[in-house]
Write a protein that binds this ligand. Sequence first.
Ligand code: ADA
Length: 514
Amino acid sequence: MHRGRRGVAVYKTTIRVEPERRARLDFGGAGLWCAVFVDGIRRAEHFDTYAGFSVDLPPAARAARDIAVVLDTRFNPALNPLQEPYYDFYQHGGIIRPVHLHVLPSYSILNVLVRIKDYRAGKIAAEIHFEGEAPEIVPLAACIDGQPVFAGSVTVKDGTAMLPLLTPEPTLWTCESPALHVLELSSGKDDFITRYGLREIAVDGERILLNGTPIKIKGVALHAIHPESGSAITPLQMFNDLNLIKDLGCNFIRAVHYPHDSRLFDLCDELGLLAWEESLGWNNRERHYADPRFRAAQLAALRAMIVKDFNHPSVIIWSFLNEGFNPPRAENGPPFFREMFDLAKSLDPSRLVTLPNTCFEDTWDKMPPFDLVCYNIYPAWYYYDLPDGVEKEISEWREKSRQIAGQPIPFLISEIGADAIYGWRDSHEARWTEQYQAKVLDEACRIVLSRDDIAGMAIWLFADYRGCEELDSGHGHILRRARGYNNKGLVDEYRRPKLAFDIVKRHFTGRRGP
Ligand code: ADA
């Protein structure tokens, strides 16, 4: 749904499932609210467009099964406490991602989390989650890269089994050489195939280390919004975007402001792009953190995102609630961020966790121990001016965050940029021209790349996108959105490059000339 209309729609189809077999439908994403009926009976309800969910189909005598999905794409806090019309991106409704049908035996492998135990030696532990009536002892065979590495059985406790394995020919995953390994598990009744990569992400003082080596983050933020397909981004569109991003010389994407389609991270895994993924949120308020439904939905969404994309080596950072701590500050925020942080770390201690904008003067002690501080800053756009405003604001935030944290911690600029209307060039080079944007980013890249005390940057952003639809968002936001778009893209919404594209490319690739 991307033509500016919101309402109710019903999708109907008939699928075939062998009689008396269990089955499951996995939805990659649908919203803003939906109910799924199987043979006329309501089997599931869901909100949060960007989180996947499953619907069980109980065994039936007949093969033809009627599926109906009722969708409501209107904003309604009673049905969907997570999505608000003031968020600065158009929230398309509908079924935005693929739906998969699984026809199941009496028990099956629901998911496998590959935990990297020793990335250099290739030691892993497969955490296998079963569903259905799994016995206590399950026969299992495992292959890695086509070579048998285990044949025997595993003990299932609370639906889970752990299987330590050794990668026969371990090869590191790096940005330059993104080697992937393939794990195949077979329980006789069912099989499961997943890829993983051997790499380590860590911090050391003010630096971020990939496989023990400091890395400068050179990236862009990326929304899943396209004028032709709304939020239903096709793999070809993803591939084209990521190729342009690689061409820019990036080693990183910040996927904003909700969980993205896992196929994006499949491509990042293959292209050697590092990624940040975050759960849905945008400038959330005290009223959100005070609402138990909001909190429960956030925790569920974070859990689902981490489980969904756990095996992607490209993903190095988990995050949540973009700018959820901007002034006016929320008292209920920090305790809730602690809950979110603890959940992320308990599910996955191997990745970095942060919150944009991490913290302000008086609140560091109340915050969870984030692995890096990051700020969304807009020098020479919302604050200060050229020629020296970019340097001034970056330096101020760098210094402020050092004082706030009181300890060495990596500092990442999680957003920086300026609006430019595609094709708008004039000799005054004023705000909104392509020249002005290019100048701001020229300066920003120069500073970030020359300073060792800045871990890197994610430019806001790769492509222009349709913004929020609320006419008065309560903070004058719409006045900053010419065309109703956020125009800070290096390319416009049709992926046509602006002047800044080549400027950034020169900095990120180190190449002079066009
Ligand atoms: C914020 C926000 C972005 C975008 C940006 C802007 O930092 O995180 O989603 O709205 O501002 O363009 O002003």
